[in-house]
Structure formats: C-alpha cells, structure tokens
Design a protein. Structure first.
Length: 221
C-alpha cells in the first residue's frame, strides 16, 4: 500500500508525452532509444517522463525469445539500456521484489535502491511473454540519483522511534491506528534527495502517510 501511494504521488508530477513530440530527451537516451527501436524491429513504443528524465513506458518486441529465467532476462536487458535510466550497476540499483507468473505472461517487479535503501515510489515492472520475450517495461525511475546525492549516503540523525513520536505530535489520530507501517527511503522529488522515514497508517477509514526528514526531524508536507 505504501509503495502504491508514493508512486501515485510521484506520477502526479509527471508529464507524459509521446517521444516523437519530446524535445528534452538527452542525446545519451536518444542513442539508446535508437538502438532498442532497431532491435525491436520498429515495434518500440515509448512514453517519456519529462520530470524523471526516463521512460515511463517501453513496449514492443524488446528482446528475442529466451529460455533463461525471468530474473536473468530482466537484468540482462536492463543492463543494456541502463544509461537511459541513469543506472550504473543494475543488479545493485534494482532489486527484484516479486515475480508473478501468469498463464500467458510473467511480471517482474523491481525496486530502485540507493545506498542500500529503497527510493520512494521508484519501481519498474517488466513483463515477459511465455517465450521469454520482454514485451513491456513501465514504472517510475528518477535518473542519476547518486550524482544528486553527490555520491554520499545520508545517515539518519532521527531514529524510527523518534520519527514515530514526531508524527504523533503532528497527528494525534496516529495513536488510534491499529497498525503503523514505517519505511525509510530516499525521496527523489525533494531537493538533495533526502532519506526520509515514511509512516503509513489508517485515518478515518483510509490510508495516509507522514514523511519525516531523517536528518532534521521535520515533517515534509
């Protein structure tokens, strides 16, 4: 639930337009797109996110059939196009969190990692058909996060327990919630990409979240 809520927040800031109408794509990404368009035999379709500067959607016959495992196929293909997402080491930057095998397709869900923590709302879903062809990649990934953090992780000065106390002061209805989920993640839509503690709980019958800056202890509105 937490991931879906943050993902919705991030996508709400996105501007999705067909790639043919986009004039803000870097030359680096344009070269990658030209290569994968040729490899897909011109079946490639793209939607570009001008906020994250990465694709929101790639679809088509993106790879050839393969008998390898879904995880291997996914990592192998993403490694080929990693520069378009601003990634350096795909197997470290993206963690497979689930593999859903259906009757006609397989979906591999990957969570973006940064300095061994998750990135809020940054996930990719890679869909393969029964023959191992990558057919679709969609999701939200912000590019070049390591550079935006100047190559340095953030070490929290505020613990999770302290974040809970801060959140309770901010919203006293928190004490009435039966369950509180806490996750620490880097927030890519904030200047400096800070590490935040996100508390998700139920209020008046719906899921809500409070973000606490892990260095200053301030609530992020």
């Amino acid at each position: 639930m937490f991931t879906k809520m943050i993902l919705t927040l991030l996508v709400s800031f996105s501007s999705l337009i067909p790639i043919t109408e986009n004039t803000e794509i870097s030359k680096r990404s344009q070269r990658v797109l030209q290569n994968i368009r040729a490899e897909s035999e011109n079946t490639l379709q793209v939607k570009w996110n001008t906020v994250t500067q990465t694709p929101e959607l790639l679809s088509g016959n993106l790879t050839k059939p393969s008998a390898h495992s879904p995880g291997w196929i996914t990592y192998n293909y993403l490694d080929k196009i990693k520069t378009m997402y601003g990634l350096k080491h795909v197997n470290k930057d993206l963690k497979i969190i689930s593999v859903d095998k259906g009757t006609t397709s397989i979906k591999v869900v990957l969570q973006r990692q940064l300095f061994k923590n998750s990135v809020c709302g940054n996930q990719l879903i890679v869909e393969l058909d029964s023959s191992g062809v990558v057919k679709r990649i969609n999701g939200t990934l912000h590019a070049d996060l390591e550079e935006k953090r100047l190559g340095r992780p953030m070490y929290p000065a505020v613990s999770v327990e302290e974040a809970k106390r801060i959140a309770l002061t901010y919203d006293d209805s928190l004490k009435e919630s039966k369950s509180v989920n806490v996750e620490s993640c880097y927030l890519p839509i904030r200047e400096g990409v800070p590490l935040v503690h996100v508390l998700t709980y139920e209020r008046e019958g719906r899921q809500v979240s409070i973000m606490i800056h892990s260095l200053t202890g301030r609530v992020i509105e």
